[in-house]
Design a protein around this ligand. Structure first.
Ligand SMILES: *Cc1c(COP(=O)(O)O)cnc(C)c1O
Length: 399
C-alpha cells in the first residue's frame, strides 16, 4: 500500500499542512540505517555529540531533554517538572493549541488563568504585564505562551513577553511552546530568558513525528528540585544525569535521532538566519496571494489580522460566511492530491491552513498556491483570480 496517497494520481503528494511537514530525502536516508545498541559505546559518542548539536537550534547553552513523544508530551514535561498541585499559571489563549495546553494544565491540578484573544492575533503583552503587576504576592508561578499558534497563523512576540515579565518585576517562570516555530522563525532561548522551551520534531525540524524537546534554564532546573507534581517518565533529573555521558535512562527513538542529526546539519549548512529569511519571504508571498483572492469584495481574508503577528510558518485563510473550508480541502485533495490544514476548534470549516515551512522551496509555494486557486474555482468560492501571479511577482522582486 502507498501510505501517502489516497488518490491514484501521479506525481508526489503535496503535504502542505503546517506539520507534519515534508521530510527531506537526506533525513529519510539518515534514518534508513541499522538501529544501534543504545547502551553500547557507539551510541554514547553519537548521543553526546547530538545533545550538544541540538542546542544550536534553541540558541541555548543549557540542557536540552529529548523525549520519544509527540509535542504534547513535552508540554506535560514542562509543567510537571516545574510546578506543584494548585499552582496558578497565566496562559495566553491565542488559539486551539493554547486551549489544549490549558486543558492539560487543568487535568494536572494546576489553576490556569486565561488571557483571552479573538484568535486573530498573538499574545496580548500589556495584558500579561498588567496581570503580573496585579499579582503582588507572586502567586502566579508560570507564564505559558504558544510562540507560533498553528491554528490561527499568529506568532507571539516572546522578546516582548520577557520584557513585560521583567517590567512587572515578577519571578514567574516563562514556558514557551515552539512546536511549530523552532527551526523556522527566529527564536532565542537564552537571550529571551525562557525557562522551558517546548518543541517537536515534525514541523520546522523536518523530521517525522515522534520526538519532542524541553530546553531547560538554570532557574527551571532549580524549580524542578521543589516542584511537587507527580512525574516519572517525564522527570528531567534521570534524563539529564544519563545525558551527561551521551545516554538515555530508557530506550531513545534511535533512528529518529539519526534523522535529527541530519536535519540539524541541513539547518546549519543553510544557516539559521537564511532559514528564517526564507520562511519570511514565502509567508509574505502567500499573504499576497490570499489578499489578491480576497480583493474586489470577494471576502477571503488572512485569519491573523495584526501584521506584527503574521506567521512565517503558515497562513490560515478565512472564507466568507456560507462557504465550507472543509469542502474546499476535500476538493483540493481529490483533484490535485494536496493536503491542507483544517480549521481547529471554533475555526472548523471557516478556515483552512497553508503550511509553508520546513523543507519548502519557491516552487513548493507556487505549486501549493496553484492548487488552492484552482480549488477555489472548482468549489465555486468567489475570488479574484491571479493570486498565484501576485505571489510570483513578489518572489521575483525579492529573489
Ligand atoms: C502541532 C502542535 C502541537 C501538538 O503537538 P503534537 O506533536 O501533535 O503533540 C502543540 N502546539 C503547537 C503550537 C503545535 O503546532
Amino acid at each position: 500500500m502507498a501510505y501517502y496517497q489516497s488518490s491514484p494520481s501521479a506525481g508526489r503528494h503535496f503535504l502542505q499542512i503546517p506539520g507534519p511537514t515534508n521530510v527531506p530525502d537526506r533525513v529519510l536516508r539518515a534514518m534508513d540505517n541499522p538501529t544501534m545498541d543504545h547502551r553500547g559505546p557507539d551510541f554514547g559518542r553519537f548521543g553526546g555529540q547530538l545533545l550538544e548539536k541540538v542546542k544550536q537550534v534553541f540558541k541555548t547553552s543549557g540542557p536540552v531533554v529529548i523525549y520519544p513523544a509527540s509535542g504534547t508530551g513535552a508540554w506535560e514535561a514542562a509543567l510537571v517538572n516545574t510546578l506543584s498541585p494548585g499552582d496558578r499559571v497565566l496562559m495566553c489563549e491565542t488559539g486551539w493549541f493554547a486551549h489544549l495546553w490549558q486543558e492539560m494544565a487543568e487535568r494536572l491540578d494546576l489553576r490556569p488563568e486565561l488571557l483571552r484573544t479573538d484568535w486573530r492575533r498573538g499574545a496580548d503583552v500589556p495584558a500579561i504585564e498588567a496581570a503580573l503587576r496585579a499579582d503582588r504576592d507572586h502567586g502566579i508561578k508560570a507564564v505559558c505562551v504558544v510562540h507560533n499558534e498553528t491554528s490561527t497563523g499568529a506568532t507571539s512576540r516572546i522578546d516582548e513577553v520577557r520584557r513585560a515579565i521583567d517590567a512587572a518585576g515578577h519571578p514567574a517562570l516563562l514556558l514557551v511552546d515552539t512546536i511549530s516555530s523552532l527551526g523556522s522563525i527566529d527564536y532565542r532561548h537564552d537571550e529571551w530568558g525562557v525557562d522551558v522551551t517546548i518543541a517537536g520534531s515534525q514541523k520546522g525540524l523536518m523530521l517525522p513525528p515522534g520526538l519532542s524537546f524541553n530546553a531547560v534554564s538554570a532557574k527551571a532546573l532549580r524549580a524542578a528540585e521543589t516542584a511537587k507534581l507527580t512525574r516519572s517518565f517525564w522527570d528531567w533529573r534521570p534524563m539529564i544525569a544519563s545525558n551527561a555521558t551521551g545516554y538515555f535512562p530508557y530506550t531513545p527513538a534511535t533512528n529518529l535521532l539519526y534523522g535529527l542529526d541530519a536535519a540539524l546539519d541541513m539547518l546549519a549548512e543553510e544557516g539559521l538566519e537564511n532559514v528564517f529569511a526564507r520562511h519570511d519571504r514565502f509567508a509574505e508571498a502567500a499573504r499576497r496571494a490570499v489578499r489578491h483572492w480576497g480583493g474586489a469584495g470577494a471576502g477571503i481574508e488572512i485569519q491573523c489580522d495584526d501584521p506584527r503577528h503574521f506567521s512565517s510558518v503558515l497562513t490560515a485563510v478565512r472564507l466568507p460566511e456560507g462557504h465550507s473550508a472543509n469542502a474546499l480541502r476535500g476538493i483540493i485533495l481529490e483533484k490535485f492530491n494536496m493536503s491542507l490544514g483544517n480549521g481547529l476548534g471554533r475555526l472548523n470549516d471557516r478556515v483552512f491552513r497553508i503550511g509553508h515551512l520546513g523543507d519548502f522551496g519557491p516552487l513548493s509555494l507556487v505549486g501549493a498556491l496553484g492548487g488552492v486557486e484552482m480549488g477555489l474555482a472548482a468549489a465555486g468560492i468567489p475570488h479574484q483570480a491571479g493570486g498565484v501571479q501576485a505571489a510570483m511577482a513578489y518572489l521575483n522582486g525579492n529573489a
